[in-house]
Design a protein around this ligand. Structure first.
Ligand code: FAD
Length: 554
């Protein structure tokens, strides 16, 4: 017997259980219809499919103590982006004769309850390499196995299966991009067409006494309207992702000549890169589909750039970090992470807060941090600048602290990529040329001599003449007054002097590197303690630098 119920948010739960063959499609990332092997498998020979998304309080619970609206782990921009993605997914599912069932609670617990109550025969979900999801998945899979439920959990978030690469490389992830490419080769699916659309889905079955809702609004999740004057211009969802992809690829010449790190990090009206990262993060866009579209385009042009700098090369960077993250225990921390240099970073809360809240006194750095708060997205080189400034360039603050701020505020916040890039930028792993530091003054000026980017994100500086826009503390007082921006009152003085601070950072890194070499990377707590003591003995350096700064900027 076939039956389906038309479900609405406040419907009285039906005691009926679906009697046909039922599948549960558990959406987490992969918020799309195209190239979604788990969804396709769920639909195959099933009478009913339950498409489920669980709102996880771990990520979504409002945090009134956070310095900007959102939960403690996710800023409001990202939560909004997720909700928009879910609304779009629900609407696309409805076009196929289904809908999204939204539940709330600890995902493992909720899933097990649904499996128990819905007579599910097949559980389908995209494989996730993040430790947080791995732990949940083990629990759910264990339950499913014990209940005789078939589990289908394909890898479809990345181009390659990180486990395959690690196995091919003798049990360890390849440590460099080039060795990664060598091991990875061409993806197995590269020349066969991916499924880009489903024409229909089996109906949703009865859902017993599980509390199902429509996709909630951010307000219904407990977030107040934040009153921010500028929100992220990027809207979530598969429809938007595919449109953005089409727009990006419509300029074949631009794609063929794409070359990172060339490109203007200060371009904000029309960013210099695709801004597909948030869509890839939530899986609104399949990276495999993106990659195949690029290969098709490359076939039809005379010449194109290649990895690591090409656009396809960027997707391979993504896979590189996913593989590294999957195969490296404690990838997200310094301690116990075998690929991470042990460096006695400081934990100066004041400096950290100045950086986080865009109060460093360096307009280029502060404008990027405002873009992070307002848009949740910045150009790759802009991320380089602020990450370098916080860690090895100027403030010598622990990269894990910066990672957390990015992790919360980016709309594309991605566990593997974020950690990988912070390891890189802090010269803790992958990249070790700590003498190459981004100037917080001249780097931005090179791209944007008139300071348009700074004026947009830091309107307090909008009338500052271009000669001083990157160093307002050097402007004569009458000019500051005319620009209605007195440094020290309307806009902060620099928190450190870049020249002396960066020299000091290099010295500390040289010392830490030497010790790491001596200890062959195996640094114990005591070694770190003595490293810290050694650096503290050199405090007079700091004091000298402070005095010099006070002399210079009053
Ligand atoms: C400190 C720091 C933290 C970062 N944190 C994140 C993060 O949490 N999430 C995230 O997606 N990216 C992160 N990046 C990488 C990169 O800056 C962004 O992926 C990129 O700027 C996104 O813009 P786009 O989509 O226009 O990129 P494009 O240049 O158009 O590239 C296309 C896609 O390739 C991938 N990609 C590009 N650059 C990288 C890279 N360096 N590493 C891995 N994948 C890459 C992204 O998925 C991106 O969407 C970080 C970079 C730094 C320096």
């Amino acid at each position: 017997m076939r039956f389906s119920l038309c479900l609405t948010s406040n419907q009285v739960p039906s005691p009926l259980m679906a009697l046909g063959s039922c599948s549960l499609m558990w959406f987490r990332k992969g918020l799309r219809i195209h190239d979604n092997p788990a969804l396709e498998y769920a639909a195959k020979s099933s009478d009913f499919v339950y498409p489920v998304f669980v709102i996880d309080p771990h990520y979504m619970k409002p945090d009134p103590n956070a310095f900007s609206p959102g939960s403690s782990l996710a800023g409001l921009n990202r939560i909004r982006f997720l909700i928009e993605s879910l609304v779009d997914l629900d609407s696309n599912l409805k076009k196929l004769g289904s809908r999204l069932l939204v539940l709330k609670g600890e995902p493992g617990e909720i899933l097990i309850r649904c499996l128990e109550q819905w007579n599910v025969k097949k559980l389908c979900f995209e494989y996730d390499t993040e430790p947080y999801y791995q732990a949940i998945d083990v629990r759910v899979k264990d339950y499913a196995c014990s209940a005789g439920i078939e589990v289908f959990s394909p890898v479809s978030h990345t181009l390659f299966n990180p486990a395959d690469i690690i196995q091919k490389n003798g049990g360890k992830p390849p440590l460099s991009y080039q060795s990664f490419l060598k091991v990875a080769g061409q993806p197995s699916w590269a020349s066969s067409p991916l499924s880009t659309s489903l024409s229909s889905l089996p109906p949703v079955g009865a859902y017993g006494n599980c509390e199902i809702s429509e996709v909630p609004s951010v307000k219904e999740l407990g977030y107040e309207d934040n009153g921010q004057d500028e929100l992220t211009p990027f809207r979530g969802g598969e429809s938007e992702a595919l449109k953005r992809l089409r727009d990006s690829l419509s300029d074949g010449e631009w794609v063929a000549n794409f070359e990172k790190p060339k490109g203007d990090p200060s371009a904000f009206l029309k960013p210099a890169t695709t801004v597909l990262s948030p869509y890839l993060k939530f899986g609104c866009l399949s990276s495999r589909y993106f990659y195949q579209c690029l290969q098709d385009l490359y076939k039809n042009v005379k010449k194109h750039t290649s990895p690591p700098v090409s656009l396809a090369g960027q997707l391979l960077w993504r896979d590189f970090f996913y593989t590294m993250a999957f195969g490296t225990p404690n990838f997200d921390q310094m301690k116990g992470n075998r690929i991470c240099k042990q460096i006695p970073w400081n934990s100066n809360e004041e400096l950290l807060a100045a950086w986080r809240e865009a109060r460093t006194g360096y307009p280029w750095i502060d404008a990027i941090m405002v873009q992070l708060q307002k848009w949740g997205w910045m150009h790759h080189l802009a991320r380089h600048c602020v990450a370098c400034f916080l860690t090895r360039g100027d403030l010598f603050v622990h990269w894990e602290k910066g990672r957390d701020v990015f992790g919360r505020l980016l709309i594309d916040s991605d566990w593997a990529i974020n950690n990988g890039n912070w390891l890189w930028l802090s010269c803790s792993s992958f990249f070790y040329q700590y003498n190459r530091i981004y100037s917080p003054i001249s780097f931005g000026k090179k791209y944007d001599p008139n300071g348009k980017f700074v004026r947009h994100f830091l309107p307090i500086l909008k009338d500052m003449p271009k000669e001083y826009i990157y160093e307002p503390w050097t402007a004569p007082l009458n000019i500051q007054a005319k620009a209605k921006c007195i440094v020290g009152k309307d806009y902060p003085r620099p928190v450190v002097l870049h020249d002396s601070a960066s020299k000091e950072c290099k010295r500390r890194l040289a010392e830490a590197y030497a010790l790491n070499k001596e200890l062959n990377g195996l640094v114990s707590e005591e070694d770190l303690h003595s490293l810290r003591r050694k650096l503290e003995e050199d405090q007079n350096h700091d004091i000298k630098a402070k005095r010099q700064r006070q002399k210079l900027i009053g």
